[in-house]
Ligand binder design. Structure first.
Ligand code: MSP
Length: 539
């Protein structure tokens, strides 16, 4: 095995989702994007680790549990199973599944916070704020001002209250954070992606104050502050550490050291863009944790912050608004169009950039027909039908022996995938290889040539070229539409690709996209249409 380096090791994560309720399309989306990227890296042969999971110690989880008359743990168990079930059904290839109530996570977080208490970056202080006695919670200064320092719920005056709290010394890391951002910008690989999101964060970092990281009155739901059983570690600090707790052992630490790619949405950017790297810097100053902020991390870790799926009326899909696609609605799409169609739609039409995307059922059908049925699906059927008709289903040989590599397409695809431009990788590049098959068929007209048996060698060359180009395109498309690509591979004698990739195995993209691997004489199965056209009912 080769030595791990940031170049051939890849660690990708998603947010860990609150288990106050079941998953919805927003959660599925981020995990799907991470899955496409993880599959791409495995396809390249990279040693890849993909982590997703759930965040359990939130007050809203214990509140919801109480509403249902269950213990927080029982409620969390139920919803964690729902998340795991949904991700499993959607064939996400995560290598582990975080639960923050797991012993592993709790033990490690306790160790990290103990180290930070010892170094002084976590310290005991006093939190002073506006307290709403009826709600038993603090109201932030700006909210309190809006309601004239009265409870937004019962209108009674808020009281100024002070309580003991533990703080993280974020203010001590302002200069280091700014230097880190600067360093990454100079190296041309910004820590926060897309770039447009960076400025607001940098301005906020300049003003950063120490942050409270504990709370009281959680009823024992949470990880206790080491040495102070009265207080629990604030859920966000507990949660951010998941990226580390699940890879902090001898077998997995090299993933961390290669620099994680964290996928999140814009709602939680501040925590990831400021608090998270500062926590790493602080921990790395503690004995035995120097590796936490090593070279690979400083050069390669990044936070990719996408936008929102919104409903047709432009509102963010969320549990509270109840306007989301829930697991049942997601299942309906999978039943009707197939899992790959959903994957493809989310990955190519989702809010990966800085604008929100509306989930429109009409657009879904249009994309399905135009991008999948009419292109890859249609070309695969045409080519295998012609091989069936003119060559008795046996792959013809190329009589010219010409080589038709696609170096431009492949390099551009790789560059786009590395830059997480999923739309460009597929539509701009992988589908270009498919499109070239269609235009080549139109130009060469094999179905006309085949009317004269003397032309069969030429028809054979054309069809060989078509099938080989489709095989190469299918390798590039695999991270997006794995099931259909694997079905196609098994029809053309390349079932071993799927075997090799099974169980999160590694492929060999560079070798697999080399021209001329399809073996003449191989039986080519026609099979059913990969993406049958979807007939839209006329209104
Ligand atoms: N538990 C925290 C995250 C801790 S990470 C250390 C949390 N959980 S959450 O359940 O609210 O999930 C938020 C994430 O879900 C977003 O950052 C995003 O990845 C995903 N999405 C939730 N709704 C979404 C949309 N409407 N659109 C796109 N993504 C959305 O925050």
């Amino acid at each position: 095995m080769s030595t791990p380096t940031p170049e051939n090791t890849f660690y990708v994560t998603t947010p860990i989702y609150y288990v106050n309720d079941k998953p919805h399309l927003g959660h599925v989306y981020t995990t799907m994007v991470a899955d496409v990227v993880a599959r791409y890296h495995r396809l390249r042969g990279d040693d890849t680790f993909f982590l997703t999971g759930v965040d359990e110690h939130a007050a809203k989880v214990s509140d919801k549990a109480a509403e249902h008359g269950l213990s927080p743990q029982a409620w969390a168990d139920q919803n964690a199973a729902a998340f795991r079930g949904t991700f499993g059904k959607l064939e996400m290839t995560n290598d582990d599944f975080v639960r923050t109530s797991s012993d592993r996570h709790k033990r490690k977080v306790t160790e990290y916070v103990s180290a930070l208490l010892k170094s002084g970056d976590v310290y005991e202080g006093e939190y002073v704020g506006w307290y709403d006695a009826g709600q038993e919670e603090y109201v932030p200064e700006n909210k309190a001002k809006e309601t004239d320092y009265k409870s937004p719920v019962n209108g009674k005056p808020l009281v100024k209250k002070a309580e003991k709290n533990y703080f993280f010394r974020l203010s001590a890391y302002v200069d280091d954070l700014l230097a880190f951002y600067e360093h990454r910008d100079q190296a041309g690989k910004g820590y926060v992606q897309p770039e447009a999101r960076k400025n607001e964060i940098v301005n906020r970092i300049k003003e950063a104050k120490d942050v409270p990281i504990s709370r009281t009155g959680s009823g024992g739901w949470g990880i206790p502050v080491p040495g102070d059983e009265e207080q629990t570690i604030y859920v966000w600090i507990d949660a951010l550490f998941n990226y580390l707790t699940y890879v902090d052992d001898d077998d997995r630490r090299h993933y961390w050291e290669s620099g994680a790619t964290h996928f999140i949405a814009k709602d939680i950017l501040w925590f990831h863009a400021a608090i998270w790297p500062a926590l790493q810097m602080a921990l790395a100053k503690c004995e035995g944790y120097e590796w936490v902020w090593g070279e690979g991390v400083q050069q390669s870790q990044l936070v990719y912050s996408h936008s929102y799926w919104v409903s047709d009326s432009g509102e963010k899909m969320s549990k509270t608004l109840g306007n989301f696609l829930d697991p049942a609605a997601i299942d309906n799409y999978v039943d009707e169009f197939g899992l790959d169609a959903l994957r493809y739609f989310l990955a190519t039409r989702g809010p990966l950039g800085t604008t929100d995307s509306a989930f429109s059922p009409d657009l879904f059908v249009e994309v399905y027909n135009n991008d999948l049925a009419n292109t890859f699906g249609n070309s695969a059927s045409r080519v295998s039908n012609m091989i069936g008709r003119y060559f008795d289903g046996s792959c013809p040989a190329s009589s010219s022996g010409e080589t038709r590599e696609f170096p431009g397409v492949i390099n551009a695809y790789q560059t786009s995938m590395q830059a997480i431009s999923l739309w460009a990788a597929v539509i701009g590049h992988a589908m270009e290889a498919v499109g070239s098959v269609d235009s080549y068929i139109e130009q060469t007209q094999p179905f006309k040539l085949a009317k004269d048996p003397a032309n069969l060698p030429e028809v054979g060359t054309i069809l060989y070229n078509c099938a080989e180009a489709l095989r190469i395109a299918s390798v590039l498309l695999w991270p997006f539409i794995p099931d259909k690509c694997e079905a196609f591979w098994s029809r053309i004698g390349f079932g071993h690709y799927a075997e090799q990739l099974k169980g999160n195995g590694r492929g060999d993209l560079e070798a697999w996209v080399k021209w001329g691997q399809l073996k003449p004489g191989t039986p080519i199965e026609k099979g059913e249409a990969l993406f049958p056209r979807y007939q839209v009912e006329k209104k």
